[in-house]
Design a protein around this ligand. Structure first.
Ligand code: ATP
Ligand code: MG
Length: 399
């Protein structure tokens, strides 16, 4: 083998290897070798492990004709043959002594894709017209098939690793949760027990004002405990899909106004700016939707104290968009992708209590409404929660 050939292959290998995304890596591979092996379209068909049906995982046109992944059905039959036989299949146009049809006829070349010793699919090249493929061409194409299989294996490993990371994170969160929850349960219980024991002491007489104060604390802490237990049950029900939703027409502007009035009664110092244009109703569970905003308010009060809250409601296309913004400290970008996860709390020194369930519950409720919730946050500037809900389909009155 020539040194120049080795150097050439080495460079391609390096370029392909550097691409993080497997499809970009395949693009690089096919384009780099196209000078040595001519084809018009290439596609990769992978077997679904459950159904064994073939799916187009990758398709690219470099010459004549376009090959979108959606319409790369042209290689399916050949792939099935390649997978069945476990070896290369070359389909050349029938020999034509006049060579008249050569430029319009098609050649198909397919290779099995081995992951370990198992065939997981096939790689198929198609060429419109042109001379016959030589032994060298077939060797180059076969090299590309080996390479493609390695890239697919890398993709599968990356996917498995991401899943593993997510499971590990979830397990860590569960561990943290056990310690958080025992603290969260013990604190209100400690207050309730402490103040009721004090009130019951035979040797002390409390004046009326002190008695009321103690009873108020007991009452508030019992509420906190009830709320916490309700959140835990709710999140368990949401996770097991056993929470019932009762849908009926809901006006989001009135719902939010009610929540706002209730919040202001509890926190008179809270400044809430409300900006709503007329909007149509949606199909929703009013109680659950109100719970979403209760949680957002609770977070704003805890994590953006002293900040004003700006609520904007608009109808955009066939959706209602609600923005719920505070101008607190914000959330560091690194943590943003996780805040809707069950039990997740942004790490760091904490003085405020919580279990990391609030936003998880919000997300599940919005999902049950076929909506979407996401967060934008800028450190030092504030946090905005955005919610999109589909507008109710108009009922056909003529029915
Ligand atoms: P819980 O709601 O169960 O009492 P929590 O408030 O910690 O507990 P979430 O409501 O799910 O849990 O919020 C997750 C995390 O996101 C919080 O711990 C907090 O760090 C961060 N966060 C939520 N809202 C805001 C906000 N408005 N500003 C800054 N950080 C926020
Ligand atoms: Mg919360």
């Amino acid at each position: 083998m020539e040194l120049s050939t080795l150097t050439f292959l080495h460079e391609i290998f390096r370029d392909v290897q550097q691409k993080q995304d497997w499809k970009t890596a395949l693009d690089t591979l096919f384009v780099s070798l196209r000078g040595s092996f001519i084809f018009d379209n290439v596609a990769i068909y992978l077997e679904d492990p459950q159904t064994t049906a073939l799916e187009v995982a990758y398709a690219r046109a470099v010459g004549r004709g376009k090959t979108a992944e959606a319409d790369a059905a042209w290689g399916i039959a050949l792939s099935q043959e390649v997978i069945k036989n476990g070896k290369m299949v070359l389909m050349e146009p029938p020999l034509d002594p006049t060579h008249a049809d050569r430029m319009t006829s098609t050649t198909l070349l397919g290779f099995p894709l081995f992951i370990g010793s198992k065939i997981s699919g096939a790689l198929v090249f198609i060429r419109f017209g042109g001379p016959e493929y030589t032994e060298l061409h077939i060797q180059i194409a076969s090299l590309q098939a080996f390479w493609a299989a390695a890239l697919i294996e890398r993709r599968d490993l990356q996917k498995a690793r991401a899943e593993l990371d997510s499971v590990q994170r979830q397990m860590r969160l569960q561990d943290d949760f056990v310690s958080t929850i025992s603290h969260e349960l013990r604190t209100p219980l400690g207050f309730i027990k402490g103040y009721s024991t004090s009130l019951l002491r035979q040797d002390t007489v409390w004046d009326d004002a002190t008695q009321r104060e103690f009873l108020n604390i007991i009452d508030e802490e019992a509420d906190r405990l009830a709320h916490l237990i309700e959140d835990m049950l709710e999140s368990a029900r949401l996770q097991s899909n056993t929470l019932q939703f009762k849908f009926s027409p809901v006006r989001m502007d009135s719902l939010l106004r009610d929540v706002t009035v209730r919040m202001n009664a509890l926190h008179p110092e809270l400044k809430i700016n409300f900006d709503s244009l007329p909007i149509p109703s949606i199909q929703g569970d009013g109680m659950r939707l109100a719970q979403v905003f209760d949680n957002l308010f609770s977070n704003a009060i805890k994590y953006a104290p002293d900040s004003e809250i700006n609520i904007t409601i608009r109808a955009i296309g066939d959706k209602i968009r609600i923005a719920f913004a505070d101008s607190g400290e914000g959330i560091p970008a690194d943590y943003l992708p996780f805040i809707f996860e069950r039990f997740y709390r942004v790490p760091g020194e904490r003085t405020v209590t919580g279990t990391g369930l609030g936003l998880y519950i919000c997300k599940q409720i919005i999902k049950a409404h076929h909506g979407n919730i996401w967060v934008d946050s800028i450190l030092g500037e504030g946090t905005t929660f955005n919610i999109e809900l589909p507008i109710e389909q108009p009922v056909d009155q003529s029915l």
